[in-house]
Ligand binder design. Structure first.
Ligand code: NAD
Length: 479
């Protein structure tokens, strides 16, 4: 049974009490925090029935669109009021820095809610005059019940990319957070009750992917699954959706994103951004710039400065305000990353810096850089999801495009150059859903985000996200 979990924090970064109605859970440093109950297939069915009833009776077109926006803004206000508590929970649960969680995860979550609250009464259809005596109009209708399945790296932020547009479009939702990091989602579920959402519109079901996630994906009354996670699970979700009721699917999957440094790049800026691009949140970022391509003229200067930057990063507990890096999210994840580092050594890449676990408590790995990598090495081809950069040298644009596109993934890329013509030419040639020029890994709530190739399809954020949560009905009228 769920229990109330309360902890008093007295750390340099955060002082205050955190209360959440859950049980127990284990955090990234190996400490037992709390445990929570995991939803069964039966629980999923109950939640879907509740969401379906709410959608039919007290949400969707049953309430004015501006009222949906009003409730979403109210929830954003409550999240703002509880921002410190939510940041503390995220730091505790996902092992990230408290200040990072506050400045990035929680503040961007609130922005997303406000942004999509504004869209709630603006997502209109069109009128089409087909001839003098006939016309048609389109309605942007909600899908109904949407299942939203999210990973552990940005637990609340990635959830908000789905929850906010789904609600704005009039859908009832079932959010299944990762089994590793359910705490902030549960807190927001509490706040949604306080905000006044009708019962059944917002449901949060913590649980395991193979049980709760699978049951949600199979359920015939779920009209859409929006999934963020690994390509492996994304493939399973698509198969299940196809086998059951052909529900709609949006997939935001893994990546092996290129970070490209041309000779004419501003070296300091390129080092700063490329370092953030791969080492931010310990490399546990879907769009992490994990393959770094450096043009030969700047190569030696870049790798020297990049290695120095990586050594200046400080690992530690998320509540220590002086740290820049937290731990891997779990022992399993740490072991997986260490396995990749070992494979890089075995396959003959040069270990330029890092490469080891730090200490015996918690799951810390040094920021790690490999050079002299070859395109067929595992560390170049597979998503590591940890603080491991691989660096390769290129001669010219043509060679670079070939190397950068030589991957099954296509989530994002970053290009560093002072030549705007080159930046645009290369951006257009890269097979990725998004490109950053002279910056890295900073999604913006107004800008669509999502991959191509095996990084998935569908867009989150920005106006494009509304298409993922509506169906267009065309009504043709003979006057
Ligand atoms: P994961 O695929 O293991 O799990 C993601 C979610 O899916 C979890 O909630 C899990 O419980 C659930 N799940 C697992 N098996 C399931 C099943 N059979 N049916 C339904 N749900 C199931 O991924 P993870 O380890 O939590 O996260 C890391 C992955 O997420 C990386 O590959 C990363 O690139 C990706 N990611 C992508 C984006 C993006 O926007 N493209 C953002 C963040 C993370």
């Amino acid at each position: 049974m769920p229990a109330t979990f309360t902890r008093q924090f007295d750390t340099p970064a955060y002082k205050g009490k955190v209360t959440v109605n859950t049980g127990l859970f284990i955090n990234a440093t190996g400490t037992l925090i709390t445990k929570i109950s995991a939803a069964s297939a039966k629980d999923v069915d109950i939640a879907v029935q509740a969401a379906h009833n709410a959608y039919k009776t007290s949400w969707g077109h049953k309430v004015p669109a501006y009222e949906r926006g009003r409730l979403m803004n109210k929830l954003a206000d409550l999240m703002e009021k509880h921002a410190e508590e939510l940041s503390a929970l995220e730091a505790l649960d996902a092992g990230k820095q408290y200040f990072f969680a506050k400045a990035v995860d929680i503040s961007a979550t609130i922005q997303n809610f406000r942004y999509f609250a504004g869209w709630a009464d603006k997502n209109h259809g069109k009128t089409i005059e087909t001839s003098e005596a006939k016309f048609a109009y389109t309605r942007h209708e909600p899908i109904g019940v949407c299942g939203l399945i999210v990973p552990w790296n940005f637990p609340l932020l990635v959830a908000s990319w789905k929850v906010a547009p789904a609600l704005a479009c009039g859908n009832a939702i079932i959010l299944k957070p990762s089994e590793m990091t359910p705490l902030t989602a549960l807190k927001v579920a509490e706040l949604s009750v306080e905000a006044g959402f009708p019962p059944g519109v917002i449901n949060v079901l913590p649980g395991y992917g193979s049980v709760a996630g699978q049951a949600l994906t199979e359920h015939p009354k779920v009209g859409k699954i929006s999934f963020t996670g690994s390509t492996l699970v994304g493939r399973k979700i698509m198969e299940t959706a196809a086998r059951t009721n052909l529900k709609r699917v949006t997939l935001e999957l893994g990546g092996k994103s290129p970070s490209i440094i041309f000779d004419d790049a501003d070296l300091d800026q390129a080092v700063k951004w490329a370092s953030m691009g791969i080492f931010m949140h310990n490399g546990q970022v879907c769009a992490a710039g994990s393959r770094i391509f450096v043009q030969e003229g700047i190569y030696d200067a870049f790798i020297k400065a990049f290695a120095t930057a990586s050594k200046s990063l400080k690992l530690g507990h998320g509540f220590d305000p002086s740290i820049t890096q937290g731990p891997c999210v779990s022992q399993t994840q740490m072991e997986r990353v260490l396995g990749y580092i070992e494979s890089g050594k075995q396959e003959g890449a040069t270990l330029l810096s890092g490469g080891s676990r730090l200490g015996e408590e918690g799951y810390f790995i040094e920021p790690t850089i490999f050079t002299d990598v070859k395109s067929d090495m595992k560390i170049v081809r597979e998503e590591i999801f940890g603080p491991v950069a691989v660096i390769a040298k290129f001669k010219d644009e043509a060679e670079l495009i070939e190397m950068a596109n030589d991957t099954v993934y296509g989530l994002a890329s970053a290009v560093y150059t002072q030549n705007i013509n080159r930046a645009i030419r290369v951006a257009n040639a890269l097979e990725t859903g998004g490109v950053w020029v002279n910056q890295a890994s900073l999604p913006d709530f107004q800008v669509p985000f999502g991959g191509v190739k095996q990084s998935g399809y569908g867009k989150e954020m920005g106006e494009y996200a509304l298409e993922s949560y509506t169906v267009v009905k065309a009504v043709q009228v003979n006057l």
